[in-house]
Design a protein around this ligand. Structure first.
Ligand code: PHE
Length: 338
């Protein structure tokens, strides 16, 4: 009995000071295991007098019960503490400021192209496409371009061979569309074009244009001017004015270069427009009868207008950018401003 009491006292203090489950398991082995203290005490009972054995056995069973209760309680305490600690460690502060996800956005050139597309889709135009690797036939011949025209020069143009080149303009798409479709035709064609130009603040050998073509009965220069005015106001703001200067393109007659009033000084003259008050953004004109004829459209019944707009210039105007090279350098400090 003394031995049992002694054992229980030790067990109680050891179990209550156990701080984790592993220690509890060790103590279970130590007290209740096959070679544990309780088992040894039970074994030693065989040396007792037979009449003392029942009482001793009962005491031993009670001791076992007590040990079990001690272990159970200790396990409960340890596991509660474990849960409490975990909850504390993994606490979520929902009031903490979130981590910002940096999401990119479309390139300023793409933004301008999409804005232009939106404006013309709103006017009932369709979007057309053509190849960047183009034939001399479509890039020049179908467009009434004479043999000796400077744009045909190797100095200006990237040729693969005598018949194939990187298109110098989006205008070949005019011919491709007219060959495949009958009037009324209303299309725009955004795309990349190539010219053998030195890179500087306003030139790049690769740049973008948006071509527009309208062919129907009774299309006049008045329709062209009205369309350009509406377009310029939509893109640059209500107060924008346009100005047409006579020009020459082989595939339009009459032809004009079209300027918009400077978005900075509103036409008064400033460094951005080089004191002109206006900035050139596109070439335009009435589709030349020869071009209509080349594409199987009778110029005595139908007429049309076309224009080709420089996207880089337009983006520079819309965003107030003074060097076109910035648009190609992929510098996030620059691009993220737009
Ligand atoms: N293709 C001409 C250019 O690149 C622009 C243009 C297009 C002019 C359509 C008139 C009509 O300069």
């Amino acid at each position: 009995m003394l031995q049992l009491d002694e054992m229980l006292k030790n067990a109680e203090s050891e179990i209550s000071s156990a701080s984790h489950m592993k220690r509890i398991e060790e103590l279970k082995v130590q007290y209740l295991g096959k070679k544990g203290e309780l088992t040894q005490i039970l074994r030693s009972m065989s040396s007792l007098n037979p009449e003392d054995r029942p009482a001793a056995g009962k005491a031993a069973n009670e001791a076992r019960e007590k040990l079990n209760v001690l272990f159970e309680n200790a396990e409960k305490i340890i596991s509660n503490r474990f849960i409490a600690e975990r909850l504390d460690k993994e606490r979520l502060d929902v009031t903490m400021p979130g981590k910002k996800h940096v999401i990119g956005h479309t390139h300023p050139l793409t933004q301008v192209i999409r804005k232009i597309e939106d404006i013309f889709i709103g006017l009932g135009y369709q979007i057309a496409e053509g190849p960047e690797i183009e034939s001399v036939h479509y890039n020049f011949d179908q467009l009434n371009t004479p043999e000796n025209h400077p744009s045909k020069d190797e100095q200006d143009t990237f040729y693969f061979n005598a018949e194939t080149l990187l298109r110098t303009q989006t205008s070949p798409v005019q011919a491709r569309v007219m060959e495949k479709n009958r009037p009324p035709i209303r299309i725009i064609c955004p795309g990349r074009v190539y010219r053998s130009d030195e890179v500087d603040a306003t030139h790049s050998p690769i740049f973008h244009q948006v071509e527009a073509l309208v062919v129907d009965k009774n299309i006049t220069m008045g329709n062209l001017i009205a369309t350009l005015k509406l377009f310029a106001k939509e893109l640059f703001g209500e107060s924008t004015e346009i100005r047409l200067r006579p020009h020459y393109f082989p595939f339009t007659e009459p032809s004009a270069e079209v300027d918009v009033s400077c978005w900075v000084c509103k036409g008064k003259g400033c460094p951005v427009c080089k004191n002109e008050g206006f900035i050139e953004i596109l070439g335009a004109g009435m589709v030349h009868p020869n071009v209509l004829r080349n594409c199987g459209i009778d110029p005595d019944i139908y007429s049309g207008f076309a224009f080709g707009l420089g996207v880089e210039r337009t983006a520079m105007a819309v965003f107030g950018i003074n060097d076109l090279r910035l648009l190609y350098e992929n510098d996030m400090r620059f691009l993220s401003q737009f």
